[in-house]
Design a protein around this ligand. Structure first.
Ligand code: NDP
Length: 291
């Protein structure tokens, strides 16, 4: 079986070029899209992610600002910052970089973000909207996977999609989005008995476990679409996914690599959601409920 490697970087560039046009239109209408990123503590990986987001914003025409706080900051200070950003008309998207330090109540922080500015799609209202098929913002990583499938003209309806992982930011919304598109969805977790039985029955297999190279060639059906969400840094400093690329290459019909697969799509969808939020603000479209 010859496997087609999905070039996430190329698809991301194409999507960004389309959305850059939308950002430019808004700028002409004096509505430059704006994203605020809040980062607490000195997690090195988070700092890199934030730097990448800021650069990506500037490349596509989004104004961005970073609010950095030391790790021992009082939660109320962050809530006050979010409140100010909620009321700032130049900011259309607000993102709190996770993970937060242990003394923070994640749910309180996330639900304090205005629904119409919650470009990560993590607010409970937006999660409920996704569940009921009334999506306000699709969470960026599964959204990126869906766009990847769509751009490769991979049909989802009627396919058996297996999602390995059930986190709130990847696995669960991924399963919901596949379900919404008409897939028959199975979710596997660390508690699943006989995982290969499930993965081998997948037409579309999405893996998000944080377990380096755990899905091997013999766990995959010949010709299946395999999307590797995992990003794992190995002891030698190199990156790898949750899929064993070497053994799955040649078995799968399509395979997304790490790096260069889902990663570039995730950040692209954040940009899209921010531009979408600015478009809604410009059009006076109200999403969510009135508080
Ligand atoms: P979490 O740790 O929050 O969730 C991992 C999930 O995988 C859990 O539901 C867990 O099951 C399940 N799991 C763990 N081990 C196994 C196993 N042996 N068999 C089956 N299921 C298993 O991780 P995230 O969802 O946040 O991230 C997953 C991966 O995706 C990570 O590598 C992360 O770095 C990457 N990632 C990549 C992004 C991108 O842009 N490409 C964005 C976000 C994350 P259980 O619930 O039972 O414990």
């Amino acid at each position: 079986m010859s496997t087609q490697i999905i070039d996430g970087k190329k698809i991301a560039e194409l999507v960004r070029s389309e959305w850059r046009v939308r950002a430019e239109k808004l700028i002409q209408l004096d509505m430059k899209p704006g994203l605020a990123v809040i980062i607490v503590g000195d997690n090195a990986a988070s700092a890199i992610y934030v730097r990448n987001k800021v650069k990506a914003c500037s490349d596509i025409g989004i104004y961005s600002e970073v609010h950095s706080f030391p790790g021992n900051t009082d939660q109320n200070e962050i809530l006050t910052c979010i409140q100010t950003l909620n009321n700032n008309p130049h900011i259309h998207g607000i993102l709190v970089q996770l993970p937060l330090p242990a003394h923070f109540e994640n749910n309180r922080i996330i639900t304090s973000i205005a629904i119409e500015k919650d470009v990560d799609g993590f607010h409970f209202y937006n999660v409920g909207a996704l569940v009921t098929g009334n999506t306000v913002f699709s969470p960026c990583t599964p959204y990126g996977v869906m766009v990847m499938l769509q751009r490769k003209q991979i049909h989802v309806e009627g396919q058996h999609a297996v999602v390995v992982g059930r986190s709130n930011i990847v696995g669960k919304p991924m399963a919901l989005m596949l379900l919404e598109q008409g897939a028959t969805v199975t979710i596997c977790t660390s508690k699943t008995r006989n995982l290969p039985e499930f993965t081998k029955s997948a037409d579309i297999l999405v893996v998000a476990t944080g377990r380096p190279r755990m899905i091997t060639g013999e766990m995959v059906k010949s010709g299946a679409v395999v999307i590797d969400v995992g990003i794992n840094r190995l002891a030698d400093g190199t990156l790898c996914g949750d899929v064993d690329f070497a053994s799955v290459n040649g078995v799968a019909g399509y395979l997304s690599p790490v790096p260069g697969g889902v990663g570039p799509m995730t950040i692209t969808m954040l940009l899209c959601n921010t531009i979408l939020a600015a478009e809604r603000a410009h059009a006076g479209i109200c999403v969510g409920y009135t508080r």
